[in-house]
Write a protein that binds this ligand. Structure first.
Ligand SMILES: O=C(O)C(=O)Cc1ccccc1
Length: 291
C-alpha cells in the first residue's frame, strides 16, 4: 500500500473491475476512488487531462514482454512521469458461463487481452488449436462479455476475481505456460514525484527514454559506456520503433539509481553532449503485491 498523505485521490486503471490492473491498483490505493477505463490510452489521457491524479497501466510481463501501447504512448503522445511501479503474480484461468459449464470442451471462441492469450499460447495450441482467439480490451472485459452471453459457448481467460465478480465457472486453472508469471504495472503522474512505499528505501530506479544521434556509428556503445564507467546498474534496455523509418529506434532503460545522484546527473549531461535526446520519466520505488 502507498503511504500517501493526500486523501480521496482519483486513480484511473485499465478496467472494468476485477482486471489484473484493478487488483494491482486496489492493493496500492485501497482507500481512494478508482475510475475504470476501457483502454490504456484512455487511462493515460485521464491523467494527462487532469481528470485523475494517477493512472495504473500494465507495462511488461515475464512471459510475453512489453505492452507496446504503454511504452509507445508514453514516448509519442504523453508527457508523464512514473510515480511507482508494481509487480504482481499472474495466474490465468479458463472460464465459461455457468450455463455452459458441462459443454466447455466445445468452446467456440476464447476472449482475452492479447497479453493474456499469449501467456497461455502453448495450452491453447494443444487443447483448443482450432478455436478462434479473440483479442479483447482486458481480461475482465472478456469475463464480463462471457457473463452477458449465456446462450453461446464462449470462454474468457483471466483471474479468479473476474470469475467471481461476473459469476463465471473456472473450467481449467493455471493455464499460463510458465509458472513464473509476473506483470509489472506503472503508476503514472503529471508531476515528477515518487509515491512513498514501505520497505523500499535504497531501491530507487530511474527510467530513461533515449534517442541516439542519427548516423553515428557506435552510438549505443557510447551510451552504455557513459553508464558503465559510472557503475550505473541497468536492469532493462529495450528498443522500440521511432515510427519514422525502418531501422530507427528509441531506447528505454531502467537504471538502478536516483536521478538526483551526482553520477546520474553527470551521465545525463554527457549523453546530451554526445547528441542523444534523453528524457527521464523520473525516479520511483517498487511495490510488490501480496500473492
Ligand atoms: O489488467 C488486465 O486484466 C489486462 O487485461 C491487462 C493484463 C493482461 C495480462 C496480464 C496482466 C495485465
Amino acid at each position: 500500500m502507498v503511504k500517501y498523505e493526500e486523501k480521496n485521490q482519483q486513480i484511473a486503471y485499465l478496467g472494468p473491475e476485477a482486471s489484473f490492473t484493478y487488483l494491482a491498483t486496489k492493493s496500492l490505493f485501497p482507500d481512494d476512488s478508482l475510475l475504470p477505463c476501457a483502454t490504456i490510452p484512455e487511462c493515460i489521457e485521464a491523467v494527462s487531462d487532469g481528470k485523475v491524479n494517477f493512472a495504473v497501466v500494465p507495462l511488461e510481463n515475464t512471459i510475453e514482454g512489453t505492452v507496446p501501447m504503454t511504452i509507445d504512448y508514453l514516448y509519442h503522445e504523453a508527457e508523464l512521469f512514473i510515480a511507482a511501479d508494481c509487480l504482481s503474480k499472474i495466474k490465468q484461468h479458463l472460464m465459461v458461463h455457468k450455463s455452459q459449464k458441462d459443454n466447455w470442451q466445445n468452446i467456440e471462441e476464447i476472449y482475452s487481452h492479447p497479453h493474456a492469450l499469449a501467456q497461455c499460447h502453448k495450452f491453447l495450441h494443444q487443447r483448443f488449436g482450432s478455436v478462434p482467439l479473440v483479442r479483447y480490451s482486458s481480461t475482465s472485459a472478456a469475463a464480463k462479455l462471457v457473463s452477458e452471453t449465456p446462450e453461446r459457448c464462449i470462454a474468457a481467460i483471466g483471474n479468479s476475481s473476474s470469475a467471481e465478480k461476473y459469476g463465471l465457472e473456472i473450467v481449467q486453472k493455471n493455464i499460463h505456460d510458465f509458472q513464473f508469471n509476473h506483470t509489472r504495472f506503472l503508476v503514472l503522474s503529471k508531476n515528477n514525484m515518487r509515491l512513498p512505499i514501505e520497505n523500499s528505501e535504497g531501491n530507487a530506479k530511474t527510467t530513461l527514454m533515449i534517442t541516439l544521434p542519427v548516423n553515428v556509428s557506435g552510438a549505443l556503445h557510447q551510451v552504455l559506456s557513459v553508464l558503465a564507467w559510472r557503475k550505473l546498474d541497468l536492469s532493462k534496455i529495450e528498443s522500440r520503433p521511432l515510427k519514422t523509418g525502418l531501422g530507427e529506434y528509441f531506447f528505454i532503460m531502467d537504471v538502478h539509481a536516483d536521478e538526483n545522484d551526482a553520477m546520474m546527473k553527470g551521465a545525463m549531461e554527457e549523453l546530451a553532449a554526445l547528441g542523444c535526446n534523453v528524457k527521464s520519466l523520473g525516479t520511483y520505488y517498487t511495490y510488490l503485491t501480496q500473492e
